[in-house]
Ligand binder design. Sequence first.
Ligand SMILES: [Zn+2]
Ligand SMILES: [Zn+2]
Length: 176
Amino acid sequence: MKFPYFKYHPNPLQTSSVSQSDRTCIRCNQARCFIYTGPVYAVDNLSERLCPWCIANGEAAHQFGATFSDPYSLLHHGIAKEIAIEVAERTPGYISWQQEEWLSHCNDACEFHGDATQEDVKNASIETKQQWFLDNNADEAFWQTVTECYMPQGSPAFYKFKCRHCQMILLGWDCA
Ligand SMILES: [Zn+2]
Ligand SMILES: [Zn+2]
């Protein structure tokens, strides 16, 4: 069966939100060679127990009331509710140090592309940096301080998002 397509998280294998596994999905009772390894917000412990197909078709969210990321930041930025729900309920989430935040641009949620590389951060465009200053109420000096020793998966962490419309790269960040 074809790997599901996630509009807002196009390559969850690459970002490590989905891994190859022989585990059985608790929703469809099938071992489909892939298991979701990102965060799950639900009453039941569903960690590493859902396949990406049951996330894509909304069945995991429907059966367990599960969400995979917090829609708050999208709604707070005026993104349409249907989009925020698609991200929260039918899109693999990602693990961050504290509270993950899904970035948006051009009135839409962005695509998540995992940890930013050192080059992504070092060579961030002026637009990307200006957006980051705006989102974090920060300036160039603060940017220099937090990016100086950046290592993917370290702290601070930088996450790469891409606008689906103007292709701009946005960086989310978090620290331990
Ligand atoms: Zn499943
Ligand atoms: Zn845009």
